[in-house]
Design a protein around this ligand. Structure first.
Ligand SMILES: [Zn+2]
Length: 426
């Protein structure tokens, strides 16, 4: 029975490729949130024809939502009419900007050398295609399935998921009793099951100064120099210690198993789009955005506290130093139970299909699992999909077609397992 199902999916290889390419052709770049409605409509129409009940949910009033760029999500449900669990596949339809360095057309879905190229192939339209074909194959198999299968295509994951999964979770769409198990086909590699991620603290730090003519800087007080002093303290007193803090969470790649801090942006003084209109001033403000990823073993107050301590130290010792700090985003670490039904079903399906042991991992970055866990209070959730993690957001992003097929087979088997059909007891 399992072999037959895997064979059914193998025979739909061309369909998997075609669906991935069709999805990639929608340039759903976020920001601003291009072509969301068209992409959601395409996915919804396909699933409606296959017997799913389809609804569109707009993330009204969420960041970026307006009539030009509506945050359109699609939710499809196939009810077998027999009591049982509901397995939900949640994929985000948005992609990040194209960026430089491409040698392929980012939205053509070029097929070459056993791969499909394009923005969003890896992260994560191939994953969506795999879940759709896996579900359709199960339905077409004629097996007396129990429960329900849901597929959602949601927006804005790349910008925090507020108009997508967070919005829908607030409406109870990612909670029991409606949904029992969730698989998010994010690209973490075809043989790995992801059960969570580190925490995130984004903050903006502003240093202040005193404006004066740039030809007489001694009459002012330069906010950028004050920021420079802070950066120097971070380099010397904070970063070296972070590398040594290691988590027991199985985060990949290995470098992300430690605490990390990135400077995401810095700006002070004259506007960056000055257009040749120079302004010779001593800057009185400099703003820095920091991106601190913290471990399940750390606590947010301590994480924030060690940055504030450096700033307060400078305020005491450096003449004229003053600052403000504000939180931009906080995401607490998420860690699902590796012995819960979904991680077990997906791991065992990986062993069946790929004939190797599944690796249980955590993601270096966050993804929509946080909203499902914290807003939906649904914890039986993993990320599992065909893409190669390191290729996400890169130029010439691609997905390996064999991985695409294998992941769809894994998803179908895992779904069958979770739906509790006796075909699974071989
Ligand atoms: Zn993604």
């Amino acid at each position: 029975m399992l072999d037959a199902l895997a064979g059914q999916i193998e025979s739909r290889r061309d369909e998997l490729i075609a669906l991935t390419r069709d999805l990639v052709a929608f340039p759903t770049v976020n920001p601003p949130g291009e072509a969301y409605t068209e992409c959601a409509g395409f996915l919804g129409e396909r699933l409606r024809r296959r017997g799913f009940e389809v609804s569109y949910i707009r993330g009204e009033g969420t960041p970026g939502d307006n009539d030009r760029y509506p945050r359109t999500n699609i939710l499809a449900r196939y009810d077998t009419g027999r009591p049982g669990a509901c397995i939900h596949f949640n994929g985000h339809i948005d992609v990040v900007e194209v960026g430089r360095g491409w040698t392929r057309d980012p939205f053509a879905g070029e097929v070459a050398g056993g791969r499909i190229y394009g923005r969003g192939t890896c992260d994560m339209k191939a994953g969506i295609a795999a879940s759709v074909v896996a579900a359709e194959c199960l339905i077409d198999s004629g097996m007396p399935l129990c429960g329900a299968i849901e597929i959602s295509g949601t927006v804005d994951e790349e910008s925090g998921g507020f108009g997508g999964v967070a919005y829908m979770a607030r409406q109870g769409l990612f909670s029991k009793p409606r949904v029992d198990h969730v698989i998010i086909p994010e690209p973490l590699n075809v043989d790995r099951v992801c059960i969570g991620h580190r925490g995130v603290w984004w903050a903006e730090i502003e240093t202040f100064g005193h404006i004066a003519h740039g030809c007489m800087p001694f009459l002012g007080d330069c906010a950028i120099r004050h920021m420079g002093a802070f950066l120097d303290r971070v380099e010397r007193d904070l970063l070296p210690g972070l590398v040594g803090r290691r988590t027991d969470m199985p985060v990949v790649p290995d470098g992300a198993r430690a605490s990390t801090l990135n400077f995401n942006a810095i700006h002070g003084g004259m506007s960056e789009d000055h257009d040749g209109l120079m302004s010779p001033c001593v800057p009185d403000s400099c703003r820095l955005t920091i991106d601190r990823r913290f471990l399940v073993e750390e606590n947010l107050d301590d994480v924030r506290g060690e940055v504030v301590d450096l700033l307060d130290g400078l305020r005491r010792t450096r003449p004229g130093f003053d600052y403000a700090i504000r939180d931009l985003m906080i995401v607490l670490p998420v860690l699902a139970d590796r012995d819960a039904p979904v991680p077990k079903a997906v791991s065992s399906a990986i062993e069946t299909i790929l004939a190797k042991k599944a690796e249980i991992i955590c993601s270096p970055g966050t993804y929509d699992q946080k909203h499902i866990s914290r807003i939906g209070h649904l914890h039986d959730c993993v990320a599992y999909g065909p893409g190669i993690l390191d290729l996400a957001h890169q130029p010439d992003e691609f997905v390996v077609i064999d991985d695409l097929v294998h992941s769809a087979q894994v998803m179908a088997l895992a779904t069958l397992d979770l739906m509790g059909h006796d075909a699974f007891s071989r």
